[in-house]
Design a protein around this ligand. Structure first.
Ligand code: PMP
Length: 398
């Protein structure tokens, strides 16, 4: 029924969506916008690592070589050259992929949003690691999905617990970040991946494998994506991104999946954003063609490893005695647990007042949040700024 406007001239919004609220992490980080605050909060790559000059040249070349095509509408699925380059990189990293298996998205976050819309019905259950990436929960919540945690240990998701949860909850999907997980930094070993694939192969459940960090590894190994198991070809949706290896502001990511799902994801993308920016895609593929990504990643990995080590070493004099800390082999995050009775969500405002910010671990849980946990990003600041930030943090915990 249409009502006549009275005092409030604004018509109603979707009641469910407007009740959801935004990411608590984004609000915390906006509190800490002050340039004097040192942020160990967000997952921002080091801005010095961006190849500003090289990317500038790519935009220039794309405009010279493609002219108006670079500025024209283009396909929803993505520029063919970029889909090919992405497929080659995934194949190189152990996940055999054809260009047609790839849907380019505006960051992998858009991929998560599209997957939420296409795969999940209202009240669909999604199994997750606990804690997990908040913005994936945000994306899936728009479809009114419900979340159930699966037990994890130092090797990630426990396969027996996964099978028990599948039998108990009849989920539509399992959302996993098997490599350098956000927020815990945990990586699932190869043997565990096979066991997880064994379980998933037995049930009619989607695997949503989110893999933004695997290129940021600080040791000489690669992990095969779970999605590479041929038994999962028709039930896996794998997400990748250029955000952590090139630049997050480009907003270029992708979803790899079975054709029928990709078609529906593409039609949904048509109704959402039509396409990912033509010129940005062409510049990205130009940059990938004119640069050796592995060579580019060598100094970035070395610097991030230095920053990780500096933060791990420095934290010992900062966190209260009895703390535990993971040392991830890659990615961006350290995950700490404080001894009782410390509460990282209460201390965070003291930290902000002291001029430093981290993310309280509470925010990342789908169940049984642990107030004693916190996430610290070690990549965003150079070693001397990390030391300065830790000195400020010491005044909060000591
Ligand atoms: N998945 C995970 C686990 C992430 O940590 C992030 C970025 N913080 C994303 C997806 C989104 O990345 P983007 O949209 O920049 O590709």
């Amino acid at each position: 029924m249409v009502t006549r406007a009275q005092h409030n001239p604004m018509p109603p919004l979707n009641a469910y969506v407007s009740s959801l609220g935004g990411s608590p992490i984004r609000s915390l980080l906006s509190l800490a916008q002050d340039p004097d605050i040192i942020s160990f909060g967000g997952g921002a790559p080091a801005s010095e690592s961006f190849d500003v000059e090289g990317i500038g040249k790519s935009y220039q070349r794309v405009l010279e070589e493609h002219g108006p095509r670079a500025l024209q509408y283009s396909s929803t699925e993505g520029e063919p050259e970029l889909r090919r380059a992405v497929a080659e990189r995934m194949t190189y990293n152990g996940l055999y992929t054809e260009a047609d298996d790839v849907l380019i998205t505006s960051g992998s976050q858009q991929g998560l949003g599209l997957i939420g819309q296409v795969v999940l019905d209202p009240d669909s259950i999604v199994l997750t690691e606990n804690p997990t990436f908040v913005s994936a929960l945000q994306a899936f919540a728009l479809s009114r999905a419900q979340f159930r945690p699966v037990d994890t240990d130092s090797g990630g998701l426990v396969p027996e617990a996964l099978e028990a949860a599948i039998l108990q909850y009849a989920p539509r999907a399992v959302y996993l970040i098997p490599t350098f997980q956000n927020p815990t930094g945990v990586t699932m070993p190869e043997s565990r991946r096979r066991e997880v694939a064994d379980v998933l192969a037995r049930y009619n459940v989607w695997l949503i494998e989110d893999d933004p960090y695997s290129e940021l590894r600080y040791d000489e190994w690669t992990m095969t994506p779970i999605s590479a198991d041929p038994r999962l070809t028709h039930k896996s949706l794998y997400l990748g991104t250029l955000s952590k290896v090139m630049a997050p502001g480009l907003r270029i990511g992708w979803v790899r999946g079975p054709q029928e799902a990709l078609d529906t994801l593409a039609t949904t993308k048509q109704g959402t954003s039509l396409q990912t920016s033509t010129i940005d895609q062409l510049a990205a593929v130009d940059w990938l063609e004119h640069n050796d990504l592995d060579a580019k990643l060598v100094p970035i990995r070395a610097e991030y490893r230095r920053r990780r080590d500096a933060m791990v070493e420095g934290l010992d004099a900062v966190l209260p005695e009895g703390y535990t800390l993971n040392t991830p082999m890659g990615g961006m995050f350290l995950w700490a647990t404080l001894p009782e009775p410390f509460d990282a969500s209460e201390s965070v405002m003291d930290a902000v007042r002291a001029g430093v910010v981290y993310i309280p671990g509470m925010q990342f849980y789908v169940a049984d949040p642990k107030p004693s946990t916190l996430r610290l990003s070690f990549v965003s600041n150079p070693v001397d700024v990390i030391a300065q930030g830790l000195e400020r943090l010491r005044t909060v915990f000591q």
